[in-house]
Each structure stands twice: as structure tokens, then as C-alpha cells.
Ligand binder design. Structure first.
Ligand SMILES: C[S@@+](CC[C@H](N)C(=O)[O-])C[C@H]1O[C@@H](n2cnc3c(N)ncnc32)[C@H](O)[C@@H]1O
Length: 241
């Protein structure tokens, strides 16, 4: 990384905000923006964060699910602990690792994947590697999600993205493509936001809510929306991505 890269990073408003607000990565703002628009994550949810390091998304997810929710952060790279977040180190493309994870964590309410390959600079190759990871994330979502669960997945744009999108559409009630404002303008990354998993495991029993008439109705099987990130301070570490 040269001086120009360091300078442009210092000028990046999301990088500066992440540092100022204690998020580990500028990517945290992508999840904040996507969740703000699509309502993916609810209080008390079990969220599995794939490709979690260094941890910005997991910090945001932990605020969203609250003390009674659970966030499981998975990455092939190691990451520093985050209070209240379970860390799993492993390769999501390894079926044995996925089975071990599923035995411990499923059923989950939400699977989010920001997995990305090491960039080669070759657009076609990077697109194909990214789609390989996106397919692994979809396989993991199918293994981990409860019926009705939500899925957020990153993929780089390119000629096979539509095939992947169709595969996601077939498995979820709705699937939308989205590019959050916090994505860098020059980036080819794209997010698929899928809600209402059509298959899957038995719903996890929920703690009883307030008596009828004391709270507004909630979507079936979901807890109320918790405090939004920004109203809580994540652990202070330095922003890196
Ligand atoms: C863009 S970073 C994620 C940033 C993160 N969402 C955040 O907010 O800090 C992509 C991550 O995907 C991880 N990754 C790539 N391939 C993976 C795989 N096969 N299994 C698990 N993690 C993987 C990388 O190690 C890297 O940490």
C-alpha cells in the first residue's frame, strides 16, 4: 500500500467515522445502512457473521440483537475478541467446519456474509472467487437458518452474478440487490438481501413477550427492533477496512 492509498484512506469519511465511533472497520456502516433500509436483524436474534474479521459487522450486529441475542463471528483469519460475541476460526468452504458450526449454532435467525477473496487485480478472477465464497455463504445459510430467516451476502459484480441471484431467489421469499452508500465508489461489491428462508430447521422457541395488549404486534417469530447502532458505543479499537 503506497502513500496515495494512505492519503485517500485518511480522506475517506467512513474510515474517519469508524475510527471516531470505535468501529473496527468502515464496513460497519454498510451493515448499519443495509439494516436500516431492509430491517434484517431484530433484538434477541441469533446472527451468524461469515467473514467477520476484523469485526465491524459483528460490533453492529451485537448492538442490534442486544443482551439476549447471540452473534457468532466466523473467519478463517483470527480476530480480537468482541464483548458478547462468539468467535469461530475456520474456512467456510470446508464442509466439515460448516457441520461443526451448524451443530453448535443452528438454527440461526440471520446469516450475514461479507466474505471476500484476496484481490488479484484480475476482475474476472476476483469475480469468480467472490462468487465461490457467496455460494459457500448460501450453503451455510441453508444449513444454519430457521424457516423465515434472513440472509445478506456480498458478491462482486460480473457475468455470473445473475445466476447466483436466481439461486438465492429460489430459496427466499424476497431477494433484493443493493449497493450501500458506504461501499467505495470504485468497488465492484454488491449485496443481496434475502428475506424469508423457505426451507430449514425448526424455529427456536422464543422467550415469552409482554402480555397481549401491552405492546404493538410483532412480526411472527421475531422480537422487537432493538436500539439502532449509533445509540450505543461499540468497543474502542482502530478502524482498518
Ligand atoms: C471484507 S472482510 C470482512 C469485513 C467485516 N465484515 C468487518 O465488518 O470488519 C472479508 C473477510 O472474509 C474472510 N474470508 C475470506 N474467505 C473466507 C473463508 N473461506 N472462510 C472464512 N472467512 C473468509 C477474510 O478472512 C476477511 O476477513
Amino acid at each position: 500500500m503506497g502513500r496515495a492509498w494512505v492519503k485517500s484512506r485518511r480522506r475517506d469519511p467512513y474510515y474517519r467515522r469508524a475510527k471516531a465511533e470505535g468501529y473496527r472497520s468502515r464496513a460497519a456502516f454498510k451493515l448499519i445502512q443495509i439494516d436500516g433500509r431492509f430491517d434484517l436483524i431484530y433484538e434477541r436474534d441469533v446472527v451468524v457473521d461469515l467473514g467477520a474479521a476484523p469485526g465491524g459487522w459483528s460490533q453492529v450486529a451485537k448492538v442490534l440483537v442486544g443482551d439476549e441475542g447471540r452473534v457468532v463471528a466466523v473467519d478463517r483469519a483470527g480476530m480480537q475478541p468482541i464483548a458478547g460475541v462468539d468467535l469461530w476460526k475456520g474456512d467456510l468452504t470446508d464442509p466439515a467446519f460448516l457441520e461443526t458450526l451448524a451443530a453448535e449454532v443452528a438454527p440461526a435467525d440471520v446469516v450475514i456474509s461479507d466474505m471476500a477473496p484476496r484481490l488479484s487485480g484480475n476482475k474476472t478472477l476476483d469475480h469468480e472467487r467472490s462468487l465461490g465464497l457467496a455460494r459457500a455463504a448460501l450453503t451455510a445459510a441453508e444449513r444454519l437458518l430457521r424457516p423465515g430467516g434472513n440472509f445478506l451476502c456480498k458478491a462482486f459484480q460480473g457475468e455470473h452474478l445473475d445466476d447466483f441471484r436466481r439461486a438465492v431467489q429460489a430459496r427466499f421469499r424476497t431477494c433484493r440487490g443493493h449497493s450501500p452508500e458506504a461501499s467505495r465508489k470504485e468497488s465492484r461489491e454488491f449485496y443481496l438481501v434475502a428475506k424469508g428462508f423457505r426451507g430449514g430447521l425448526t424455529p427456536r422457541p422464543r422467550a415469552p413477550g409482554p402480555a397481549a395488549g401491552t405492546a404493538p404486534p410483532r412480526p411472527a417469530g421475531r422480537a422487537a427492533r432493538g436500539p439502532r447502532p449509533g445509540s450505543a458505543t461499540p468497543p474502542r479499537t482502530s478502524a482498518s477496512t
